[in-house]
Design a protein around this ligand. Structure first.
Ligand SMILES: NC(=O)c1ccc[n+]([C@@H]2O[C@H](COP(=O)([O-])OP(=O)(O)OC[C@H]3O[C@@H](n4cnc5c(N)ncnc54)[C@H](OP(=O)(O)O)[C@@H]3O)[C@@H](O)[C@H]2O)c1
Length: 530
């Protein structure tokens, strides 16, 4: 055992203390750089495989070139090698930080990590050689070598702690830059220390090119160190990955329900209105996927809508945004993500429809019944326990719904066929108008029709018939696109006649609508002729 007095004797000369302090600063990167590179690349790429590959390249560069640097020092002294390393090592690390930030091609990142390892300043080699030169057969040599081991252990303990501190306070890039700075400044200080000035080259050993590098024993020793270092590297990456994984709050899955509505007739759509509705749905889904693609999720749930299956009046942008979600769910399943797109019908307890009674009425008139939260959650439970990538969950009045979608093709058409839906609802208003016309031959047919249509329009506008100006366009009475849609549905239901939302919004008056309905009731000219 080496007594404390020996250590004290070793550290007594001022030049020894200076040299050891400079060497300690220059060697701090031994304990920092590998971990720093691992976290730098991992945090940018979200991949421990990439981070581990970069660290491995760093260590391989270090292991492959360190004996060569040692041999150069043997042959030419340490000065030129240390100066070159004091410049190249921080330069490689700075380039690595920039490349990861860009991000550059993965191979360039690996090459820069290897370059950093290859240019690591060989201060430890110099220190051990220096002790041997300086102390020769002095009993203090054992204390010097022992102190060296302690210093290396210290570097391996303090280095990772500093990295952790930098990562917690700033970022892995800061830890790598600090390491670069220590390597550069420590090496330059070490170069200025007295022992380096009086360095002697051992002439005999320096003569051959390879020196001890060609000896059989050296190759065997390298093999042993390689295995030992591999275990060391595995631990560094394994422990970091494990700690990162354990430190993360558990994320079972993703539920994407964000949306923005900006309904309007198709001709009024602008790129901005389409983008505004696509952004939360489509961009949101992409962003959530990117943020979680490295994680093993139990579910990736996308809230879509029936609008992407059947379309919806004034909802071209919303239908497109939801159709993206449906397609994206299938795409993600192809990549192993447990994605499900749910085409919701109408939710009556919460959400945008529940907040808007007029919209709720309109959708109800189209055949869509509201689902309570309880019903929707029960449906969701069933969907999550299934294996489908896309499921529609809705409550439908098939009579009304099929009347609305009588001419539907594609998914909606198939849906209606497979549901064997009933006939479209009877045009009660038309029958009643026909009865009134038959019972009141003395009355003006157009006035009877206007009064019948007026009642339907007044109900939609939540006003009374006598407050309507029958010959003014409906938009002058405050009909907006939602009301026009509701009115179109109501007129179809009452009279079996389709009026376009656009026409109702722009030009038609109650009188115009009544005239068309009356025309439907009159027999065709061919039927009139004898
Ligand atoms: N309610 C229904 O009957 C129904 C029917 C079919 C489908 N869906 C679907 O179900 C989902 C939820 O609908 P909901 O009725 O509950 O809608 P909602 O009440 O209007 O809620 C939409 C939410 O999305 C958020 N949001 C909008 N843009 C966002 C963005 N860029 N980033 C993050 N969040 C954003 C909104 O946040 P802010 O409030 O902060 O803006 C709001 O909390 C939607 O995807 C919808 O398409 C609902």
């Amino acid at each position: 055992m080496i007594s404390l007095a020996r250590y004290a004797a070793l550290l007594r000369p001022r030049e020894m203390r200076q040299t050891i302090a400079a060497s300690l600063l220059g060697r701090l990167p031994i304990g920092m750089t590998g971990l720093g590179i691992l976290l730098l690349v991992q945090s940018a790429s979200q991949s421990f495989a990439r981070g581990g590959a970069a660290t491995a390249c760093y260590v391989i560069g270090l292991a492959a070139v360190a004996p060569v640097l040692g041999r150069l020092i043997d042959r030419h002294g340490p000065r030129s090698t240390l100066v070159a390393c004091a410049i190249a090592f921080p330069a490689a690390l700075i380039a690595l930080v920039v490349a990861v930030h860009e991000p550059a091609h993965p191979l360039l990142i690996l090459a820069l990590a290897a370059a950093a390892g290859a240019t690591f300043p060989p201060i430890t080699v110099c220190m051990r050689t220096y002790f041997r030169h300086r102390l020769g057969d002095d009993p203090l040599l054992a204390a010097a070598y022992s102190l060296e081991s302690v210093l290396i252990e210290l570097v391996f303990i303090v280095g990772p702690m500093l990295v952790a501190l930098f990562v917690a306070l700033a970022s892995p890039a800061t830890a790598v830059m600090f390491s670069a700075g220590c390597g550069c400044i420590g090496t330059l200080l070490f170069l200025g220390s007295p022992p380096l000035r009086g360095w002697r080259i051992e002439a005999g050993r320096a003569r051959s090119l390879l020196g001890p590098l060609g000896e059989r024993g050296f190759i065997a020793l390298s093999g042993v160190i390689l295995c030992y270092s591999a275990a060391f590297g595995l631990l560094e990456i394994g422990i970091t990955a494990y700690a990162t994984e354990r430190g993360k709050p558990a994320l079972a899955g993703v539920l994407h329900a964000a949306m923005v509505l900006d309904d309007g007739v198709f001709t009024a759509m602008t790129p901005e209105r389409v983008a505004g509705v696509l952004r939360p749905k489509a961009h949101g889904a992409l962003a959530l996927h990117r943020a979680t693609e490295q994680l093993s999720l139990d579910f990736f749930l996308l809230f879509s809508s029936i609008a992407s299956l059947t379309g919806g009046v004034g909802q071209s942008n919303y239908a497109a945004a939801n159709a993206f979600l449906d397609g994206f769910a299938h795409f993600l399943r192809g990549r192993g993500v447990p994605a499900i797109s749910v085409n919701w019908g109408v939710l009556s307890d919460s959400g945008v429809v529940a907040r808007n009674p007029a919209l709720m009425r309109l959708l109800r008139d189209q055949g869509m019944r509201g689902m309570s939260d309880e019903e929707a959650l029960a449906g969701l439970g069933m969907i999550l326990s299934g294996t489908a990538g896309q499921v529609a969950c809705m409550k439908i009045d098939w009579d009304l719904f099929s009347a609305e979608l009588a001419a539907a093709s594609g998914f909606a058409g198939d849906l209606l066929k497979s549901a064997r839906v009933a006939q479209p609802s009877k045009a009660r208003g038309l029958l009643s108008l026909a009865e009134q016309l038959a019972e009141n031959p003395g009355k003006s047919p157009i006035e009877l029709a206007e009064s019948s249509v007026g009642a339907v329009v007044a109900a939609v506008l939540r006003t009374s018939v006598d407050r309507l100006e029958l010959r003014r366009p409906l938009n002058a009475a405050g009909v907006d696109s939602l009301m026009a849609t509701e009115l179109s549905v109501a007129l179809f239901r009452e009279y079996g006649l389709r009026f376009s939302v656009l026409d109702l919004l722009r030009t038609l008056s109650v009188a115009d609508v009544a005239a068309r309905i009356l025309a439907k009731l009159k027999p065709a000219p061919a039927e009139r002729s004898p």
